[in-house]
Design a binder for this molecule. Structure first.
Ligand code: B12
Ligand code: SF4
Ligand code: SF4
Length: 307
């Protein structure tokens, strides 16, 4: 089965994606080797899920029966909006409605529209959570190049973009990777507060994003001071990147509960109240206790009511 790529891209634009590219579903051996070396060096820190399902990552047919192509999409979240309190830093990606919801809804809408035109077409939507090389497929389908900060950089929107995919059972006229690299200025490597980023790539053990969101235990001593008042994630290796300097920005992204975020309020609420209030946000992933620890290290609260 074959579906014209222009049809797919028009649908992607109509549902609100900023860019769309299509590639076959094959993964090259270099990418799998890169992951294996990264894991062998224990750079995945406590994210043991990265060690699982390597066979699925290498063969998308194990993820979606009859997988032929990957439709990759980008959705920019770049904005100048910030929390009201300027002593609190929350990574841009977590300011708006949880991107897993936003992109999944749009991707499923896209699949329904494709099926209207081609009823035998089928597939599944993925955002972040599956064993799938999202950056690899985004660059393979010409959506951008991978910078030294390891992010996908789109020539129009920069790197503050989410990636999502439809893995589908049809072939299409495929896009080619861009013949372009990042400027190679090393500003990202210099700006990384913990030296998690180097010429060898990223060591998640030291990454503030890992330490403030994913890490189950307390933040490591050497990261505590370096993280400053970042209480959720880190944008240092993207804020400094020249590819992000003159790119379109969106308004109306930040949710009221993030804009008015207050460590004192977080301290006084129960876990249940936290889950209710922040149900639409990415903050739920780390949970109230972890965010309280992040605030307390930044001396934004005393952390005494963290249970
Ligand atoms: C694990 C993970 C993390 C970990 C580890 C980060 C990392 N770089 O691996 C932690 C918790 C630290 C993290 C942090 C962040 N993450 Co994260 N994360 C992931 C996740 C789940 C897997 C990434 C992965 O496979 N890592 C393993 C390493 C080895 O793979 P890789 O760096 O992607 O590189 C592979 C290929 O791209 C290729 N490759 C690498 N370099 C090159 C160069 C060339 C030239 C080529 C051809 C290929 C190539 O080889 C590698 C194969 O293993 C993805 C979602 C997904 N399923 O892919 C999101 C994802 C990468 N994260 C994302 C985001 C937004 C972030 C943060 C910005 C959040 C924040 N503000 O705090 C930071 C950015 C940190 C950084 N500079 O990378 C976005 C990135 C969007 C983008 N524009 O690139 C993703 C894609 C989620 C999404 N769906 O939007 N993340
Ligand atoms: S997200 Fe922050 S800590 Fe992690 S690699 Fe980038 S600059 Fe370094
Ligand atoms: S800051 Fe410089 S080296 Fe780093 S990704 Fe951007 S252009 Fe590349």
């Amino acid at each position: 089965m074959f579906v014209n790529s222009n049809l797919v891209k028009d649908i992607a634009e109509a549902v609100g994606f900023d860019a769309c590219g299509i590639s076959n579903s094959e993964v090259d051996n270099d990418t799998i080797s890169a992951l294996k070396s990264w894991l062998a060096a224990e750079r995945n820190a406590g994210m043991s899920y990265m060690e699982r399902n390597i066979d699925v990552r290498s063969d998308l047919g194990l993820l979606v029966e009859g997988a032929k192509s990957v439709i990759s999409v980008l959705y920019s979240y770049n904005t100048d909006e910030k929390p009201d309190r300027d002593d609190i830093r929350i990574a841009k990606y977590a300011l708006g409605r949880d991107y897993h919801f936003v992109l999944k809804e749009k991707l499923n809408q896209m699949l329904e529209e494709i099926k209207k035109v081609c009823p035998q077409a089928d597939g599944r939507a993925f955002v972040d959570s599956a064993p799938l090389f999202e950056r690899y497929f985004a660059q393979k389908s010409g959506l951008g190049f991978i910078g030294r900060n390891k992010c996908i950089i789109n020539t129009k929107f920069g790197s503050f973009v989410f990636i999502g995919e439809l893995v589908v059972n049809f072939e299409s006229d495929y896009d080619q990777p861009l013949n372009q690299t990042c400027l190679g200025c090393n500003a990202c490597i210099k700006a990384c507060p913990t030296k998690a980023l180097s010429f060898d790539g990223i060591n998640a053990n030291k990454c503030i994003s890992y330490q403030t969101i994913e890490k189950k235990d307390s933040i490591d001593d050497d990261v505590r001071q370096a993280k400053g008042n970042r209480i959720y994630g880190c944008d240092a290796c993207q804020d400094c990147c020249p590819h992000n300097f003159s790119v379109p920005k969106k308004n109306g992204i930040i949710l009221p509960e993030i804009k008015a975020f207050s460590p004192d309020e977080l301290e006084s609420m129960s876990n249940h109240q936290f889950q209710k209030k922040f149900a639409n946000t990415a903050l739920l992933r780390a949970g109230r206790k972890k965010i309280l620890e992040n605030c307390s290290i930044a001396m934004l609260c005393d952390g005494s009511c963290s249970e």
